[in-house]
Design a protein around this ligand. Structure first.
Ligand SMILES: Nc1ncnc2c1ncn2[C@@H]1O[C@H](COP(=O)(O)OP(=O)(O)OP(=O)(O)O)[C@@H](O)[C@H]1O
Ligand SMILES: O=C(O)c1ccc[n+]([C@@H]2O[C@H](COP(=O)([O-])O)[C@@H](O)[C@H]2O)c1
Length: 202
């Protein structure tokens, strides 16, 4: 894939994920992020593989094609940048992106379930010092997210939601939690449904 193009100073949201498969919850988060964070672009980083998930995902080309089919928006780029960069840990991906694109401003986007688990990620506090972070509501995840180790450790750096439009221009650590109408789509549920269908068809 060609490298995505953006003008110096632009604010780019990064949505990393396995997207195994992609679903309307990803699209919904993306549209909310574009609007609420005033993003110039949003890049989906379709991951070669989540470093802490035990089972490997479906092959990357299939997930890229599925992602392109569900998310079509002039400001959203579907990328396999981590495969290009040779990174899987987010801390390494962000460092590499900041090296390759020193003039862009990145915001890391994630659902509330990921904030609840962030303390399990490789060198996670560094991530909070690399880029501002925006966390989006997900059903049943508000309390786990807001009482998580990461939320507690960075409690003083949490901003009120009214600051969302300027988040991309602030120096990290800086993060906020954004409520939104929630969708309960999940890749796990879709994979389980697909497995059930395959078993019934046997
Ligand atoms: N329905 C949703 N609402 C809010 N955020 C979501 C939703 N689905 C996924 N996300 C967020 O999108 C990012 C990528 O998600 P991912 O590809 O892991 O999908 P998933 O449905 O969480 O998959 P899995 O069930 O396999 O963990 C993560 O930050 C995740 O929190
Ligand atoms: O860096 C880590 O250690 C790490 C651990 C777990 C997840 N991540 C990243 O979090 C994003 C969401 O992952 P997933 O598999 O839940 O879609 C994706 O970009 C992963 O690479 C990163």
């Amino acid at each position: 894939m060609g490298k995505p193009w953006a003008a110096p100073g632009q604010v780019i949201g990064l949505l990393g994920g396995s997207f195994d498969p992609p679903h309307p919850g990803h699209v919904h988060l993306s549209l909310e992020a574009l609007k609420r964070l005033r993003l110039d672009q949003l890049w989906w980083l379709v991951s070669p593989g989540n470093p802490i998930k035990p089972n490997p995902p479906a092959p990357l080309p299939a997930r890229m094609a599925a992602a392109r089919a569900v998310m079509q928006h002039p400001k959203v780029r579907i990328t396999d940048l981590e495969a290009d960069l040779g990174t899987t840990a987010t801390v390494d991906t962000l460092a590499a992106l900041q090296r390759v694109y020193p003039k862009l401003r990145f915001i890391w986007l994630m659902g509330a379930d990921n904030l609840a688990q962030l303390h399990l990620w490789d060198r996670w506090p560094e991530i909070m010092h690399q880029v501002p972070v925006a966390v989006f509501a997900r059903p049943g995840q508000r309390l786990p997210a807001l009482t998580s180790k990461a939320a507690q450790r960075f409690a003083r750096q949490r901003l009120r939601r009214g600051r969302a439009p300027v988040l991309g221009h602030l120096a990290p650590p800086a993060w906020l939690y954004l409520d939104m109408p929630m969708r309960d789509d999940s890749s796990t549920a879709l994979r389980q449904r697909e497995k059930g269908r395959a078993i019934r068809a046997e």
